[in-house]
Write a protein that binds this ligand. Structure first.
Ligand SMILES: NC(=O)c1ccc[n+]([C@@H]2O[C@H](COP(=O)([O-])OP(=O)(O)OC[C@H]3O[C@@H](n4cnc5c(N)ncnc54)[C@H](OP(=O)(O)O)[C@@H]3O)[C@@H](O)[C@H]2O)c1
Length: 277
């Protein structure tokens, strides 16, 4: 599937398995994924499944060092709690290093937390540090106050929410764009969209595969979630076709730039989630 070269020389697998809302009953799906080509798992302290990720890696028989683990600092752990939260993630993941540690959201103390991530990175406990859901203003703040450029910004991205300005800003600053909810959390309107379905038919692929391929054509990483082995397999089969310039142009017309309640411009959401654990 290949990798993206992050700005500190670390390689990030282009496709990862998103495990948001996965629970113990989905253990088999994660093990299946690990044994069948997935090299990257995207979890978070807030998903409350880091221990499940650890146990599935163990049970899969795949070597820890062959898996790229992303996890995230939750909103209620910013500032003074950052180090403790990181140590807790390490413990739950049963590992002594994290491949990619992200600040989950730009909660009020994000600059303070970023400086602590820089310290942890310098101590060698994290291979790459980055952020998630950061807008241009948050990124420029971090660039101004910190000494390390975030390796990744993981943001909500799908054909209805393309984020072109933020994407271009990140390309410019050498910050890797990773798309969360690449299927809009299973949005039926995306799967049934006539432009996407006709492109899929032309290539003998599914709409889901076209959505993932569209990201790859833009050099964006993807972390689709599935608990179904057939769909897990299909979500990796996106490297045997490509989209033409005309098809990319057609998809670019689908952008609605519409964000829901859960978005980094919503100060109420950012503040309220600092109270959630
Ligand atoms: N940083 C953040 O703030 C943030 C926020 C949200 C999500 N994320 C990350 O992004 C990951 C993915 O996002 P998501 O979980 O919201 O949803 P998603 O990947 O956009 O969509 C998942 C949905 O699509 C279905 N699906 C998967 N593959 C399919 C295929 N090939 N054909 C048809 N349907 C398919 C899944 O059903 P089945 O499982 O039944 O296949 C599920 O209902 C998360 O797991 C998490 O790791 C990060």
């Amino acid at each position: 599937m290949g990798n993206y070269l992050l700005n500190n020389g670390v390689l990030l697998p282009k496709v990862g398995l998103g495990v948001y809302q996965m629970k113990n009953e989905h253990e088999d799906a994660i093990i299946w994924a690990l044994r069948n080509g997935y090299k990257h798992i995207d979890t978070a302290a807030f998903y409350h499944n880091e221990e499940l990720v650890a146990s599935t890696i163990k049970k899969s028989g795949v070597n820890r060092k062959d898996i790229f683990i992303t996890t995230k600092l939750w909103n209620s752990d910013h500032g003074k709690r950052t180090k403790q939260a990181f140590e807790m993630s390490l413990k739950k993941l049963g590992t002594d290093y994290i491949d990619l540690y992200l600040i989950h959201w730009p909660s009020p103390k994000y600059v303070e937390s970023w400086l602590i991530l820089e310290e942890l990175y310098k101590e060698g406990k994290i291979r790459a540090i980055g952020v998630s859901n950061f807008e241009q203003t948050h990124l420029s703040d971090v660039l101004k106050h910190g000494s390390i450029v975030p390796a990744v910004n993981q943001i909500h991205t799908n054909p209805f929410l393309q984020q072109p300005d933020l994407h271009n800003y990140m390309v410019n600053k050498n910050i890797q764009h990773v798309a969360w909810s690449p299927f809009g959390h299973g949005n039926k309107n995306l799967f049934d969209n006539p432009i996407l379905t006709s492109i899929a038919e032309r290539h003998g692929k599914t709409t889901a595969q076209v959505m993932l391929r569209w990201n790859i054509e833009r050099n964006v990483g993807v972390i689709p979630k599935s608990v179904n082995p057939a769909r897990l397999k299909a979500n990796l089969e996106i490297f045997d076709f490509s989209l033409s310039d005309e098809e990319m142009k057609q998809i670019s017309t689908l952008d609605k730039n519409k964000k829901g309640f859960v978005n980094p411009d919503n100060k109420l959401f950012l503040w309220a989630t600092t109270l959630l654990r």
